[in-house]
Design a protein around this ligand. Structure first.
Ligand code: DON
Length: 317
């Protein structure tokens, strides 16, 4: 089958569409819980009543419910794309500068960086993604633009954009990320200028994509590394497997163990309220709702993924 001819397409199974609609209905009962991230002021005025869900099966069917086509700030979901790109470009050398273990700390904590000689615990906390961004600043003239192009290709949506208001807002409130970057620079673990690396990192976080865009774009993690929109390998199968492993252990910050117990899927969240989860060999899911719990994970999106995981055994494609 040539995947480029018809992928993704609107889902063809009425049963699966009804299931996705039902998950949306049930997840909306969690709206009103949690708080919108306001430490990035440009995110503070998101509508807490939004909820979107998109499920993309590996054969290219896309099922959507609610606000699945509204673009939102992907924030830390960009860390999955950044890591994939860095591993494609530099291979396992990255792991000399970034660890592979859960931090058990908030995503923007500085405590371990000082005692662990400026080597972040993993690529999904802010400090780890800043090192990954440093890698890419060394490799590409305009790394954020490059990531935007990749996000467009993988999602099949040429309207994916960096939101410059969010970028400026993060830059204006960068003290904690700048502190992490300077600390890593002091330990020799940041090669380029701090301002240049932070700008690239913030620009990647400021990409705007919808649940549908993200479920399609990150489907390669469910499909042994093969991109749905191009039919070409984006990363080798073993790399997709390893990225999934890291998402499983560190994708949900200090709540990773709790989420793994409840949902049991590799997942990554962002403070814009999006969460992507992967069912290897079968499908990718993105759920989005802006209000977050104390760890920075969307309350309603987590619940939707919990419901999806409960039901997975019912569907055999
Ligand atoms: O650097 C930050 O704090 C944000 N740009 C990204 C944080 C984020 O999404 C972490 N997620 N839960």
């Amino acid at each position: 089958m040539n995947a480029t001819l018809s992928c993704p397409r609107p889902g063809t199974s009425p049963v699966l569409q009804a299931w996705v609609n039902d998950i949306e209905r049930r997840a909306r009962t969690r709206l009103g819980m949690g708080r919108i991230a306001d430490y990035i002021p440009a995110l503070a005025n998101q509508d807490p009543a939004c909820f979107g869900l998109a499920v993309c099966t590996n054969d290219g069917n896309l099922y959507m419910a609610g606000d699945a086509e509204i673009p939102f700030s992907i924030q830390s979901l960009s860390k999955v794309l950044l890591l994939s790109l860095a591993l494609r470009t530099h291979g396992d050398g990255l792991w000399r500068r970034v660890g592979l273990n859960p931090s058990g700390m908030p995503f923007n904590s500085l405590m371990q960086l000082e005692t662990e000689q400026g080597k972040p615990r993993n690529p999904f906390i802010n400090a780890g993604a800043i090192v990954v961004a440093d890698h890419l600043v060394g490799a590409f003239a305009t790394p954020a633009k490059h990531l935007q192009d990749i996000a467009r290709t993988l999602s099949g949506n040429p309207r994916v954009l960096i939101d410059h208001e969010v970028l400026a807002s993060e830059w204006g409130h960068r003290a904690r990320n700048a502190a992490a970057a300077y600390l890593m620079k002091a330990f020799g673990n940041l090669y380029n200028e701090v301002d240049e690396v932070l700008t690239a990192y913030f620009a990647c976080c400021a990409l705007r994509m919808s649940c549908a865009d993200l479920a399609v774009a990150l489907n390669y993690l469910a499909a042994d590394g093969r991109a749905l929109t191009t039919g070409e390998p984006f990363v080798p199968p073993a790399m997709a497997q390893r990225i999934n492993a890291l998402m499983f252990t560190s994708g949900m910050y200090d709540a990773a163990g709790d989420f793994a117990y409840r949902v049991g899927l590799p997942a990554k969240s962002g403070v814009g309220g999006g969460i992507v989860a992967i069912v290897p060999g079968r499908l990718s899911v993105c759920a989005w709702s802006p209000a977050l719990d104390a760890s920075g994970n969307s309350v309603a999106a987590q619940y939707a993924l919990e419901l999806i995981a409960e039901d997975l055994g019912r569907w055999h494609q």
